[in-house]
Design a protein around this ligand. Structure first.
Ligand SMILES: C[S@@+](CC[C@H](N)C(=O)[O-])C[C@H]1O[C@@H](n2cnc3c(N)ncnc32)[C@H](O)[C@@H]1O
Length: 206
């Protein structure tokens, strides 16, 4: 698993690598992002927090439509790339395994989104993190989490078999059939949508 220095090194060529990527883990990447965009209603008057914002590929589209974007990442170089795309965005450098920075914990958002970042947390850590986010969501708001994810364990097994040595055993991918059950303790309602063979989106609302 890459640390923040590893992501710093990747930042300058990340967008090109994603554009060229085929198959696991980024299969259907742009469709996954488009699905998230379609779930953000009237972006022009919304505050959106992007967790693990990277170079800003997820939220740039919403920024262009007028949303106010807040981004969190532990890689200063990734943040640099994102701030080039979104000069009026607000960015925070922090490690989400330690929670969110205190400034953000004082704020409220209409949407909290994330793409291809939360697989760095175990399922238990994801649940703990989601519990913390609850305080930050405005009434009527939503959390939308896009990532490498699967509907059922058998789908994950099949994908792992197919990709063989390329499978990254250090990452923790959501399997909806068990994660949706784990989410019940958070009090969120949820819906999971599979978009590609290995990409899915989880929507959470109160
Ligand atoms: C694969 S990239 C995804 C970036 C972007 N969301 C996208 O969809 O292209 C993962 C991002 O999560 C960030 N990240 C990984 N672990 C993190 C952590 N513990 N705290 C904060 N950011 C983290 C990385 O720096 C990187 O920018």
């Amino acid at each position: 698993m890459l640390d923040n220095k590893g992501f710093d090194q990747w930042a300058g060529k990340y967008d090109d690598d994603i554009a060229k990527a085929k198959g696991y883990p980024f299969e259907g990447y742009y469709q996954v992002l488009a699905y998230v965009h379609s779930k953000v209603e009237k972006p022009q008057d919304k505050k959106v927090l992007d967790i693990g914002i990277g170079t800003g590929l997820l939220t740039e589209e919403l920024y262009k439509k007028g949303a106010t974007i807040y981004g969190v990442d532990f890689s200063p170089k990734m943040i640099e790339e994102a701030s080039t795309k979104m000069p009026n965005g607000k960015f925070y450098c922090c490690d989400i395994t330690q929670g969110l920075c205190s400034e953000l914990m004082e704020m409220k958002f209409n949407y909290i989104v994330s793409s291809y970042a939360l697989h760095h947390l175990t399922d238990e850590e994801k649940i703990e993190f989601i519990n913390r986010l609850k305080e930050l969501i405005l009434p009527g708001g939503k959390i939308i989490l896009a990532d490498v994810a699967f509907e059922k364990f058998i789908d994950r097994e099949n994908c792992q078999k197919e990709v063989g040595e390329e499978w990254d055993s250090d990452e923790y991918y959501i399997v909806a059939e068990s994660f949706i059950d784990m989410l019940k303790e958070t009090g969120f309602k949820s819906r999971y949508t599979q978009i590609s063979i290995c990409g899915g989106v989880l929507e959470l609302w109160v």
